[in-house]
Design a protein around this ligand. Sequence first.
Ligand SMILES: O=C(CO)COP(=O)(O)O
Length: 136
Amino acid sequence: MSKLTVALVAHDHKKPELLVWVKQHIKILEQCNLVATGTTGGLINKETGLEVTRYKSGPLGGDQQIGALIAENKLDALFFFWDPLNAAPHDPDVKALLRLCSVWNVPVACTPATADLVVTSPWFLSSEYKPIKPTF
Ligand SMILES: O=C(CO)COP(=O)(O)O
């Protein structure tokens, strides 16, 4: 069975929450190909030793690079702890990334609670479940 490709992204004020979450679910996440925006990916690797493919930092195009994976049907899930209390200079990119998850029916979790439920679902690592991809 091929590994799931999973993207991990967090805004600065949410990085501590994402790190806690990654450590809680490390046994599941180590079975996945992990990709991340630059700073998030560097922190995850440093704090957990997990291998992470790092794209550019979010404000420098990293969200768009992850969006490109979605458009190419190369991403299985996104865990995006975005910050609802601080404006981001690249807000259009953030919206575009979340929008593409809706366009292509990619599972996306934006809070630790949702992320817990998604990653512990019996369907998460199973080949029994494949999201239906829309045809346009
Ligand atoms: O800005 C981000 C997502 O929108 C995250 O980027 P970094 O992981 O480089 O901080």
